[in-house]
Ligand binder design. Sequence first.
Ligand SMILES: [Zn+2]
Length: 105
Amino acid sequence: MAKYEIHFFCDECGETHPLGIGLELDDGPAEKTSLGDAYQGRAIPANIGIFMGNRTRCPNTGRMTTQKDNNQIFLVPIGWRGSLGLTAIERLHRGSAGRVRSPLQ
Ligand SMILES: [Zn+2]
């Protein structure tokens, strides 16, 4: 089992934000991968699907937004270092996560 968090491309500001949601997957990707690529020709697991279409607030504009395009929603392995040089979990601790609460927490 590897741990992941879900990020989405924000139509409001054009940046990618973490949803603040973590989950575990048996067969997830080794690096940041869109759902469309990771599950091409396969069913998206239910524990990811329940988050798709969630309304969340853009931290840059303060406006509510949704993202339903599988190619604009990303699985990010926790421990993966993005362009800021921070791991996903470090960014969560910095408070940049969205305000959506996971029903799994
Ligand atoms: Zn945004």
